[in-house]
Design a protein around this ligand. Structure first.
Ligand code: IMP
Length: 196
């Protein structure tokens, strides 16, 4: 099958590593660095869909190539879906993972319901049309951080069906449960049909 080139609109190296472990041949990921683009992509909106769309749209305008982006939020049910779309900046503009985790654990003190989900929305721009794919991973927020792998909220999230946090798993194991993997699996199916 012919190689399918896609620009991935992210500056997040962790996401890039995860997506590379999922999107293999015939797909070829072009990073923003490969494309010579050095911008801080804005995420100004109130929904994951709108932010994903903003990211893929702005990179498509610059590259005129097929491209995709993703926006992910951790939604904790007992606090009205927080941090949600604000996941990266929950504790402030510094985007500091540890501060975000500490604030979340503080806001969950005394709550008996610690169920949550990661939700990833992928926006694909393919032949100038936009398509969305969503992946959800349900789980629980534990009280103390465990594990050193991964990024973001991985060390406090135990997915349903496991007793380990994402930060205690290698990438292959995380991908058995992951929101991002589920969204990208749909993207792959969609593109396979487009190019077959
Ligand atoms: P964004 O999609 O780059 O806006 O990420 C939102 C926030 O959620 C960031 O703070 C990330 O660290 C966090 N996040 C996104 N995906 C994951 C994940 O797979 N595990 C843990 N945290 C994540």
């Amino acid at each position: 099958m012919k190689t399918i080139e896609l620009v991935f609109a992210t500056n997040n190296q962790n996401k890039l590593n995860e997506i590379r472990s999922i999107l293999k041949e015939p797909f070829q990921i072009i990073t923003l660095q490969d494309a010579g683009i050095d911008i801080d992509i804005p995420e100004p909106h109130q929904t994951l869909e709108a932010n994903a769309s903003e990211k893929s749209g702005s990179i498509h305008q610059l590259t005129h190539k097929n491209c995709f982006s993703e926006d992910t939020g951790l939604e904790v049910f007992s606090i009205n879906g927080e941090p949600g779309v604000k996941s990266a900046r929950y504790a402030g503009e510094g985007r500091n993972f540890q501060d975000n985790i500490h604030l979340l654990l503080k806001n969950l003190e005394g709550k008996s319901d610690r169920t949550a989900q990661f939700r990833t929305v992928v926006s694909l721009i393919w032949d100038d049309a936009e398509f969305f794919f969503t992946g959800i991973c349900k789980g629980t927020i534990i009280e103390k951080q465990k594990g050193t792998e991964g990024f973001g909220y991985d060390s406090i999230f135990v997915p349903e069906g496991s007793s380990y946090t994402f930060a205690e798993m290698g990438m292959e194991e995380k991908n058995k449960f992951s929101h991002r993997k589920k969204a990208v699996a749909q993207l792959i199916e969609f593109l396979k049909q487009k190019v077959s």
